[in-house]
Ligand binder design. Structure first.
Ligand code: ARG
Length: 459
């Protein structure tokens, strides 16, 4: 047991208590950040004359040595240490002696861990942003290539009105675009340095917090020492953002699973992203999409877990907060992986555009347009709705679509029908006329694509 706080104790810690309390098994992930933060802290101690220049140099080279040894596999982070901070400090003292005992001057593990976790999260946000941007690029390719790929649009999972594959994918482009903007917002709010808050009430040493903040690439130091050590809002915000990203992926996966089903056959998932069945030779299952949908629950769980951990905590630091790490790390790994794999799956997936078109042509997706046709001939919309309703019943019983009815058949329901009805309700016309900004018409999509290209190029 390697602990930093043996002084006031007369008894060894019970082994099970030690194990229960220890965090090194998971906070060893913060090794790089712990070294980076400690170096900035020690540089500041040296600059402010709180330790001598020689001591500062000796500590920094000691930290560099530990860093190199761990990376080269010469030094292992083991469960002998309570947490990553103890590991680094104990090894530093072993390595450089008394000067090492001065590293923690003016610092507490409370502000140290708050710093390490912020550094880690900040880096993770940067990485995820890059992944989301790759996904957006992939989506934009499909959007650009499919402005005239007709498919049915659904409400209640019932065919509603025709859209295009381009338009459908653009809906997801918008979701992931908001996700990216959310990540930017979180980054902006969280990028302040908590180091110097001490255990909770700052310190009597003349620390230069601005120097440390600048050194570590933060906008500046945090404003209140008690808040600094007990704030986990940025993690909750990040877990919320990850949950929303997972929710978007999950919805998209659900659609891909439906589109990949034997009944739909809108898409073909690449063999490299599907699996087979051990008993049914014909099976090709969309496991990646299903797993992504499944893992969404796990990320929501992390968010709930941390919200619940924080809800009753009095100021300032409480050990409960150590529980932030496993859930946060797990969600960062999960969401990052899901975005990456989903992007690969999308980029290798192919679309059965003819099947999509046929599906759009069936299921009365032009019924609204047929009603609009009657409106153009002077029939009030409510009456037109009723007339087309009757035609739909007729078509259903006779297994045909509206445009497959002869003019006589249509006229037997309403005399307002003329031969221009066929062009008016063709799939092509139905889509092309939906020119509302944000609508599926190829011309409207061209405009959307231009704006989206500009936006993504400026990132
Ligand atoms: N392992 C701890 C955590 O993750 C580090 C801070 C410990 N501070 C303390 N006062 N026990 O929160």
């Amino acid at each position: 047991m390697a602990q930093l706080w043996g002084g006031r104790f007369t008894k060894e810690t019970d082994q099970q208590v030690y194990d229960f309390n220890a965090s090194v098994s998971f906070d060893k992930r913060l090794f790089d950040e712990d070294i980076e933060g400690s170096k900035a802290h020690v540089m500041m101690l040296g600059k402010c004359g709180i330790i001598s220049h020689d001591e500062m140099e000796s500590i920094i080279s000691g930290l560099d040595g530990i860093y190199a040894d761990v990376k080269e596999g010469k030094l292992e982070i083991t469960s002998e240490y309570e947490d990553i901070h103890s590991f680094v400090e104990a090894n530093l003292i072993d390595r450089i002696g008394d000067a090492g005992k001065k590293m923690h001057t003016g610092r507490s593990r409370n502000d140290q861990v708050a710093l390490d976790m912020r550094l880690y999260t900040r880096k993770n946000i940067e990485g995820l942003k890059a992944e989301v941007i790759s996904l957006l690029h992939e989506l934009l390719k499909v959007i650009e290539d499919n402005t005239t790929t007709f498919m049915p649009g659904f409400t209640h999972l019932q065919k509603a009105q025709p859209v295009t594959l381009s338009h459908h994918f653009a809906a997801y482009f918008e979701m992931f675009k908001r996700d990216l903007l959310r990540l930017n917002d979180i980054y902006e709010r969280m990028n302040y340095c908590p180091l110097g808050a001490g255990a909770l009430a700052g310190t009597t040493y003349p620390l230069d917090r601005d120097f440390v903040a600048k050194q570590l690439g933060f906008y500046g130091p945090t404003a209140n020492s008690m808040d600094s050590v007990s704030d986990r809002d940025y993690l909750i915000e990040y877990l919320s953002a990850l949950s929303i990203i997972m929710m978007h992926l999950s919805r998209f996966c659900e659609e891909i699973i439906i589109w990949n089903s034997n009944e739909y056959r809108f898409v073909n998932i690449d063999d490299a992203f599907a699996t087979g069945s051990s008993i049914m030779p014909q099976k090709k299952n969309p496991d990646i999409a299903e797993l992504t949908r499944g893992k969404c629950g796990r990320v929501y769980g992390s968010l709930m877990s941390l919200l619940t951990t924080m809800k009753g905590l009095p100021l300032a630091y409480n050990k409960d907060m150590q529980e932030d790490k496993e859930v946060a790390f797990d969600s960062m790994d999960t969401a990052g992986n899901c975005v990456l794999l989903f992007t690969k799956m999308i980029s290798t997936m192919t679309f059965n555009t003819e099947t999509m078109k046929e599906s759009a042509a069936k299921g009365f997706t032009n019924a609204t347009d047929a009603a609009d046709y009657l409106v153009s001939k002077g029939v009030p919309f409510r009456d037109a709705h009723g007339i087309i309703g009757q035609i739909v019943i007729y078509c259903d019983t006779n297994s045909k679509s509206i445009e497959e009815c002869s003019l006589e058949e249509l006229r037997s329901v309403s005399e307002y029908f003329d031969k221009d009805i066929y062009d008016f309700i063709s799939l092509k016309t139905c889509v092309e006329k939906r020119l509302t900004k944000g609508g599926p018409a190829p011309l409207a999509m061209d405009e959307y694509i231009k704006e989206s290209r500009e936006w993504i190029s400026a990132l």
